[in-house]
Design a binder for this molecule. Structure first.
Ligand SMILES: C[S@@+](CC[C@H](N)C(=O)[O-])C[C@H]1O[C@@H](n2cnc3c(N)ncnc32)[C@H](O)[C@@H]1O
Length: 247
């Protein structure tokens, strides 16, 4: 269950809701508004999440979920808007439930550092695993015309955006799909900006498929127990580090 934090988060929310409900029913001393009780529910959910060692960034989500639902309902917004927002979020983040890799974008500093790592005078192939909206590929391919740039993205909306982008900037190709089913042996450089969850399996795949002399670059997430050949610390908003492994 702990392998699926969203499931655990939902179970904690239900437990905190039931606990708060029983408090509302069984005691008469405390008189709170609905919003007040939602804060109690949020605090209980936060405490349980902390006690069950959920990743730190889940705690504020757990605490604020119910109060935000109550506040949003009070705004009397059309249900259609929620439906549209829900479908939009599903098409961007829906697969994160399975992959545990949400969408966030490489910084400008990462972009600049990667350009210095790409070969200048010879042909090479580069793949961005989970290429998001294609921003990184658009930028790199416009600066290194000697490279073949590929992206693989599983989320429909980011993939569509990057495909549309590649019409204006034909320097890279995007494939809609799962990078786990791709053969990495065709690439000289594999770039990954994922999450801590898939890193061990990624190393297995890289070791089995990438050619000797090729390069794996991971943004922020190291491979447990495998020392990189080089790491580059960057001064961006998330203090990114690029980890490099030469196969
Ligand atoms: C952290 S974002 C990085 C986006 C982009 N590479 C960048 O650096 O700006 C990770 C992306 O990987 C995608 N992703 C996660 N698992 C994937 C998989 N197995 N196959 C294809 N894309 C995947 C997610 O949908 C998300 O867009």
């Amino acid at each position: 269950m702990l392998k699926h934090p969203p499931l655990l988060a939902a179970l904690i929310q239900i437990a905190a809701f039931l606990l708060t409900g029983s408090l509302v029913i069984n005691q008469t001393e405390i008189a709170l508004s609905l919003f007040g009780w939602s804060i109690v529910q949020g605090c209980l959910a936060g405490i349980c999440s902390y006690a069950l060692r959920m990743p730190a960034w889940w705690i504020p989500i757990q605490i604020t979920f119910a109060p935000l639902v109550i506040l949003t309902l009070a705004l009397d917004i059309s249900p259609m808007l929620f439906l549209v927002a829900f479908i939009g979020l599903l098409l961007v983040y829906g697969k994160s439930f399975k992959t545990q890799v949400p969408l966030y974008l490489s910084s400008k500093q990462v972009n600049q550092a990667l350009i210095t790592l790409l070969p200048k005078n010879r042909q090479f192939s580069f793949v961005d695993l989970g290429s998001g909206c294609g921003g990184l590929l658009a930028s790199l391919s416009s600066k290194r015309k000697n490279g073949l740039f590929h992206g693989i993205e599983s989320a429909p909306i980011p993939c569509l955006i990057s495909k549309l982008r590649s019409i204006i900037n034909p320097g890279y190709r995007i494939r809609w799909g799962d990078f786990w089913s791709q053969d990495f042996s065709q690439y000289d450089i594999v770039y990954a900006y994922l999450s801590p969850v898939p890193m061990e399996s990624l190393w297995e795949k890289v070791r089995n498929e990438m050619r000797p002399g090729s390069l794996l670059i991971s943004n922020t997430f190291a491979i447990p127990g495998i020392k990189p050949d080089k790491s580059i610390k960057l001064n961006d908003f998330s203090n990114s580090t690029l980890y490099l492994w030469k196969l």
